[in-house]
Write a protein that binds this ligand. Structure first.
Ligand SMILES: NC(=O)CC[C@H](N)C(=O)O
Length: 364
């Protein structure tokens, strides 16, 4: 089956469709991870984005029930050089093509992904249409003139509150499109978790009497969420806060810093980041389109704690007065190295110190 990927700059890539049929409109991005396609597809932060994998063979270990970060794939399309028809792994349950088809995600294979990635790096992230239909070019150009949705967080957040009990500190996690890995990392430390929808008000959050607040990852532009920035402002100083990715951007905005779109984002499993508090460099898992700008930290109460060693961008901050810190990357990993797992321990230590209570719980 023929499939086409048409970029905003007019470039057309022809390939073979696999997975679902139809047409999809999104933002084209690329991920440099050699593995982890299942985690990538199911990471809600990719909602609205068509993901290109730079690794040339995708699907070779198949699809299993364990390696998911949410209940379904959220990417708006999947672009690969080659999709494996004969996966081999003891955990394999189905082929990637079947998985995408079952979940309504259009895939395209046979694409010169090296040329595509060069183009994205040169031109920056662009809008794109992925189609298996015979839609005429004029119609596709019209779609490409349109704008992409800006309410991604509302579309992927939990519809209602849910709880994961534990005998450790009470954590309220604000779900902006949270990866399950974040939950797993907190549960591994015995936390008593209450997950609330993204737009929950500060008062309601404080009614759960949390010892800590987790601000999760999530899709889209943080500047589109001024009400959540207000909520974070109200929580700051009342309860220790840890922010991840979107959570980091929202905490930074709440403290007066600014965010800006990167040219083509950071999406991969091997981004080196220096932790300025201990001088060590960690290999991190990343997936973001926006950044907190370094200059904007000046004059705020935020202190730079983590720096990207590839391009010098801000990767983490902490509040100078209140117990709050955040990172732009993914300490929960999945996919990627778990070098940064220690940040969850830092959060637990921050909570213990703040309340002067040793939490016995299930901490490892
Ligand atoms: N993974 C995330 O939380 C991404 C945050 C935000 N949507 C960005 O692209 O920068």
């Amino acid at each position: 089956m023929r499939a086409r990927l048409i970029l905003e700059d007019g470039t057309v890539y022809e390939g073979t469709g696999f997975g679902a049929t139809g047409e999809s409109f999104g933002e084209i991005v690329f991920n440099t991870g050699m593995t982890g396609y299942q985690e990538i597809l199911t990471d809600p932060s990719y909602y609205g984005q068509i993901v290109t994998m730079t690794y040339p063979l995708i699907g070779n270990y198949g699809v299993n029930i364990d390696d998911v970060e949410s209940s379904k794939p959220h990417a708006f399309g999947f672009v690969v050089r080659e999709s494996a028809d004969y996966p081999s792994n003891w955990r394999n349950m189905e082929r990637i093509a079947e998985y995408l088809e079952r979940n309504g995600i259009i895939g395209i294979s046979g694409v010169d992904t090296r040329s595509l990635v060069r183009r994205i790096r040169q031109r920056g992230t662009m809008k794109a249409v992925l189609t298996t239909l015979d839609t005429p070019m004029e119609k596709i150009q019209e779609t490409l003139q349109g704008s992409l949705p800006r309410d991604q967080v509302a579309r992927v957040t939990t519809a209602s509150v849910y709880r994961c009990p534990g005998d450790g500190p009470r954590i309220v996690a604000m779900d902006f499109g949270m990866k399950e890995g974040v939950l797993r990392s907190l549960l591994a430390r015995g936390c008593d978790l209450t997950v609330v929808p993204a737009h929950t008000k500060a008062e309601e959050i404080l009614n759960w009497h949390p010892h800590g607040i987790m601000l999760s990852n999530g899709p889209g532009d943080p500047a589109d969420l001024p009400d959540i920035v207000d909520t974070v402002k109200q929580l700051l100083g009342k309860v220790p806060i840890f922010g991840i990715c979107m959570g980091h951007q929202l905490l930074s905005l709440a403290c007066g810093a600014k965010t800006q779109k990167l040219k083509f984002g950071h999406h991969g499993s091997n981004h080196p980041v220096k932790d300025l508090t201990n001088g060590r460099v960690y290999i991190t898992s990343q997936n973001h389109e926006y950044q907190v700008t370094k200059e904007s930290l000046e004059g705020t109460d935020l202190e730079l704690t983590h720096v990207n060693q590839n391009d010098g961008t801000v990767e983490g901050v902490r509040h100078k007065i209140h117990p709050a810190f955040s990172v732009q990357y993914h300490p929960e990993a999945r996919p990627g190295p778990d070098d940064s797992d220690y940040l969850f321990d830092r959060f637990m230590d921050m909570i213990e110190k703040h309340y002067e209570i040793p939490f016995v719980g299930g901490r490892n």
